[in-house]
Design a binder for this molecule. Structure first.
Ligand code: SF4
Length: 701
């Protein structure tokens, strides 16, 4: 019997787990007791990673679609050669930008980096990730306000904060281990505050809940800032020494008096004043947000509204404080920094000659091999496929036919492609079932590499089980495709995950995310190491936060107050579409499009098989809708879906909440994006409820 410590590759906590393996089988999974993130706990998803040892697929060999539309399994060599040949043909005929890929925040950083080398450096194609759907707004907000994409906290700040403010975040369901850390906080008089239109599972357990109007968050932050300034509840010394642009911000928020609170946010003056008082009275106030903020049409500025509150009250850089964005996926952070998509490896812009040369030197390649611009974002890739400009798409470990906003547009794109490649552990997802080439890869329990979690902690993914001879990792598929495309010596330094990790280390040198002090071999069986950790440094503590010295990564070393007049809602409610359709996670056991969690019997037995929404009881009564009745919801995007109505007063009268785990949900979300980051606006779609769907009609759909 062996015990192998590895990383859970679902959510952004990236818990560590001990896999007990006997006779080539995972017998048991035990959350690692002395791992600082999860401290001996985990959720059901991590505990049932043993399901991934028996991933169902008919073959571990690639599957190709034949001219007559039928499928055949072929050898790896044949599939790779044929696919590389077809990609080359397309590039020769239409140019390198006729090829694109969409990757994921679920792979180890070494695999992402290698894909970036093959497709971005060598082929000059566009590669975006599904992290665009969840974290792009935070990336931009961090870069503009702090000078680098740098979430400042350590998870221990949950336990050290006396005032924990969760905004558009529902950790009870989405980040259960983070909620456990909040519960472990023993500070006397600690307050947990939730700002969310919905009475989420977290709001139900909080000390205070502020149910604001959907997408009035940015105005609430400006009103709060104005109140804090007016009352003198700000930290002038911190503002003076460590920030810039405060005077302009002060002048700007003067136009957001408390008097407008009720009309703009649905919160009373008293509620907003109470919230401002709680912020003022807290000694160590921490602000945490996630998708409820990230996935909005002006999310970057909303997030900066939160950052501004933390800066002006001096709640940065101290234990239990911070403007803290929680990421979604296990390696969203690795994807942001080491995938060569939106920025250079290790950070930095493609048009910065000094940084370009440093990265080229680290990789031992000609500087001209590096891309000259960031990738086209996800939405533009889809638009260009539909317009016929992008001819080949390679989708890696993600399921856009389900998760992409206004998801029927992805179907439209799929139908236009000359070459559609899907690489996944399952061959029957909404996206992979009909692709031209399917590369079946092994799951995380048979791979190695490195994850970076939400608090910047690197940890090791280690192979728990041995692979069969015909099984391949994502790394091997990328490498073989690189060879078949003709990269030759350009792959010499990229042969193993460890080689790639070492290249990424070199690329990170001197950057805020410097990991030159971390040895690949030091990560297994460790407590993980947060970046930055520079060569020659000694690791004195497990929990490190950024900006303790008040220095930021901007040229002035000061954080910036950034603000802007809130936008008019581009798709407001109307008589035709009078209800707000909000989306988010449904249960702890379900993950995203359920590709993986559908295999967990305990989850399958406990969740609804079909799509459902929460509907306000009074609204249902007014519309004559019964509990569990099937209703049709039609969206401003022109589509409709059927859902079972679950009556609940956790949603406001004119709001509907739909779990994201069903393909019907993102059929209704719009093609609307935050203008700075191009992250989709998933949370506030105007919809109408159509009654009178018969059981037969429901079944047909
Ligand atoms: S899904 Fe998240 S919280 Fe659950 S075990 Fe995995 S990393 Fe931990």
């Amino acid at each position: 019997m062996k015990k192998i410590q590895s990383t859970c590759n679902y959510c952004s906590l990236a818990c560590n787990l001990d896999f007990i393996v006997e006779n080539g089988k995972i017998e048991r999974i035990i959350p690692t007791v002395d791992y600082p993130v999860n401290k001996g706990f985990s959720c059901i998803k991590g505990l049932r990673l043993d399901r991934q040892q028996q991933v169902y697929k008919p073959s571990s060999l690639p599957r190709l679609k034949k001219a007559d539309g039928t499928f055949e399994h072929t050898s790896w060599n044949q599939a790779v050669e044929q696919t590389a040949g077809k990609l080359t043909e397309i590039v020769e005929k239409y140019g390198p930008e006729s090829v694109a890929a969409i990757s994921t925040g679920q792979l180890p950083l070494e695999e992402m980096a290698l894909l970036g080398h093959v497709l971005r450096n060598y082929l000059k194609a566009n590669v975006d990730g599904n992290t665009r759907l969840c974290m792009a707004t935070s990336v931009v907000a961090h870069k503009q306000s702090f000078g680098f994409d740098a979430p400042p906290y350590t998870l221990n700040d949950f336990e050290l904060s006396d005032t924990i403010i969760l905004i558009g975040a529902n950790p009870v369901v989405a980040h259960p281990i983070a909620w456990g850390r909040i519960r472990a906080n023993k500070i006397e008089g600690k307050k947990v505050i939730v700002i969310d239109p919905r009475q989420s599972e977290t709001a139900q357990r909080a000390d205070y809940h502020y149910p604001l109007k959907a997408k009035s968050d940015i105005k609430l932050f400006y009103i709060l800032a104005n109140v804090l300034i007016g009352e003198g509840w700000i930290d002038e010394t911190y503002i003076e020494n460590h920030t810039e642009n405060f005077e302009a911000f002060k002048e700007f928020v003067a136009d957001y008096p408390l008097d407008i609170a009720e009309e703009e946010t649905n919160l009373t003056k008293e509620q907003v004043l109470e919230l401002a008082t709680l912020i003022h009275e807290g000694k160590n106030v921490s602000f945490w947000w996630t998708m409820g903020i990230n996935q909005g049409y002006e999310a970057v500025r909303s997030e900066q509204g939160i950052i501004n509150l933390a800066l002006m009250t001096g709640n940065m850089g101290r234990p239990g404080t911070g403007a803290n964005s929680l990421t979604g996926q296990s390696n969203a952070m690795g994807s942001r920094i080491f995938s060569n998509t939106a920025g250079l490896y290790g950070g930095g812009d493609y048009d910065n000659p000094v940084r370009r040369q440093a990265v080229a030197n680290a990789l031992e390649i000609e500087e001209s091999l590096l891309p000259t611009k960031p990738t086209l974002p996800y939405n533009v890739i889809i638009e260009k496929i539909i317009a016929g400009e992008i001819k080949a798409l390679w989708v890696v470990s993600t399921n856009p036919r389900h998760s992409w906003t206004n998801n029927k547009t992805f179907q439209e794109a799929m139908d236009k492609l000359d070459l559609f490649i899907v690489q996944d552990i399952y061959d029957d997802t909404d996206s992979s079932a009909d692709c031209d080439v399917f590369f079946p890869v092994v799951s995380g329990v048979k791979k190695e590499g490195t994850y970076i979690n939400t608090e910047r902690r690197l940890s090791a993914l280690r192979p728990v089980l041995e692979r069969e001879e015909i099984e391949r990792t994502d790394f091997e598929v990328f490498f073989k495709m690189g060879e078949a495309l003709g990269m030759g010596p350009l792959l010499d330094n990229w042969k193993t995950p460890e080689d790639v990790f070492n290249l990424m280390k070199k690329c990170s040198k001197g950057m805020p995310c410097d990991i030159t002090g971390i040895e690949y071999d030091a990560l297994p069986n460790s407590r993980g190491i947060q970046w930055p950790f520079r060569e020659g440094e000694l690791l004195k503590e497990d929990e490190r936060r950024l900006f303790e010295d008040g220095n930021y990564y901007t040229p002035s070393k000061k954080a910036k107050f950034i603000f802007e007049e809130p936008l008019e809602n581009p798709i407001p409610l109307s008589e035709e579409f009078p209800y707000v359709f909000n989306t988010g996670r449904g249960t702890v056991g379900q993950w995203h499009t359920q590709t993986r969690t559908r295999e967990i019997e305990e989850v399958r037995g406990a969740v609804s098989e079909g799509a459902y929404v929460y509907l306000n009881e009074k609204l249902a009564d007014d519309l004559g809708i019964n509990n569990q009745e099937i209703i049709e919801i039609s969206s401003i995007n022109g589509e409709s879906s059927l859902f079972q109505a679950i009556l609940s007063n956790t949603v406001a009268y004119n709001e509907i909440y739909a779990p994201i785990h069903y393909v019907e949900t993102n059929t209704l979300t719009p093609s609307l994006y935050d203008s700075y980051s191009k992250e989709p606006s998933y949370k506030t779609t105007p919809v109408q409820i159509v009654k009178g769907v018969t059981k037969n009609e429901a079944n047909k759909n």
